[in-house]
Design a protein around this ligand. Structure first.
Ligand code: SF4
Length: 343
């Protein structure tokens, strides 16, 4: 497969807000100088957690916030679980420049959807090391994408490469990354030692076009996946969110056909899939409709069941159909792949 020549545009904020303490770190000073040289509006604020985003209504504030970045120090370093994907989260940044209508962070971020870039990467990695040490001889896994798409921000901070190289040296630590970005270049030469599994979040072209604003197209993600595999990383795919719409079966068939046609034979031997159904809460639905009043994302509670913790998922018969179809499409095309979970 040929490398796609036109990649998605790299994100640079229109406005960046710095915590004064962030400027005590090399990365904070580098970001400040880089943003200033690019003519980005710069401000300071006491905390990256409580920025005021101008705008009279929530929709305006949301879209404005997505063009802002806060640069600060990550203070809470207590290990947080991250099931079913990993043992713990590794939070290098928060939020991302894309605007997926269904974003799984919708409710958690609320008003604070601006990108947050953390400058104390060494401390974050030291905390991860402690968590790894406590569990030896077990292998401890960390998810780098539980609060962001770190690949989409890597050109700004280089934090993910540092994390990948840190895990490359850890006999008992493993990193997991998920992305919808095609900007993997700077990670290809990292000394990963096979300790980081790179997963691409993929979906049907209909869903990507309708609901994933600002992400790389399917072909860009597949090109990037081939390059990542070529650099020796273990590879996987998250198919999420699984959505039932008119023509969904042919949409997922065509997506998996494209995937099978793009991957080299060698990639098929160690491939993982994670399958995640679409879900929402009443709060996330309200926020999504305020952010994207014209969205076609279906969020009717009548064909969903309440799963606990306020979450709505497809009712059991539909969920079983989704799972059955996806499992057989995957095993027909990728017989050696491991489907890690369907949820
Ligand atoms: Fe949310 Fe991930 Fe989409 Fe970013 S790429 S908007 S984090 S779902």
């Amino acid at each position: 497969m040929q490398i796609t020549e036109i990649q998605t545009t790299l994100f640079y904020p229109e406005e960046a807000v710095f915590e004064p303490e962030a400027l005590e770190y090399d990365l904070g000073r580098r970001l400040y100088d880089d943003f200033r040289a690019r003519g980005i509006r710069l401000k300071t604020a006491p905390s990256h957690n409580r920025l005021e985003v101008p705008g009279t209504d929530y929709c305006t504030r949301f879209h404005r916030a997505k063009r802002m970045a806060a640069v600060g120090v990550k203070r809470s370093l207590t290990p947080q679980p991250c099931r079913p994907s990993a043992d713990y989260r590794l939070i290098l940044n928060t939020s991302c420049p894309a605007k997926c209508h269904y974003c799984y962070l919708a409710a958690t971020l609320g008003e604070r959807t601006y990108v947050r870039l953390y400058v104390n990467i060494d401390k974050i990695l030291r905390a991860a090391k402690q968590s790894i040490s406590h569990r030896i001889p077990e292998i401890t896994t960390f998810e780098a994408s539980s609060s962001s798409d770190p690949v989409a921000l890597e050109h700004l901070t280089g934090a993910l490469r540092r994390a990948i190289e840190f895990f490359g040296k850890e006999a008992h630590g493993r990193l997991r990354v998920v992305t919808k970005s095609d900007h993997v270049e700077s990670l290809l030469g990292a000394a990963h030692q096979g300790h980081t599994r790179f997963r691409f979040s993929i979906n049907t072209e209909e869903i990507i076009n309708e609901h994933e604003e600002g992400t790389a197209p399917l072909e860009g993600r597949l090109d990037a996946a081939v390059r990542v595999h070529g650099a020796g990383y273990p590879l996987g795919f998250i198919v999420a969110p699984l959505i039932i719409y008119e023509g969904w079966q042919s949409g997922y068939t065509s997506m998996l056909d494209k995937l099978a046609a793009s991957l080299p034979e060698a990639a098929m031997r160690d491939l993982t899939f994670e399958l995640i159904m679409h879900r929402f809460t009443q709060r996330s639905r309200r926020l999504i409709l305020e952010r994207f009043p014209d969205t076609t994302l279906a969020m009717d509670t009548r064909d969903r069941i309440h799963k606990g913790f306020g979450k709505y998922v497809y009712e059991p018969q539909k969920a079983q159909e989704l799972e059955g179809v996806l499992r057989s499409l995957i095993s027909e095309r990728f017989p050696e792949a491991q489907i890690e979970y369907f949820t």
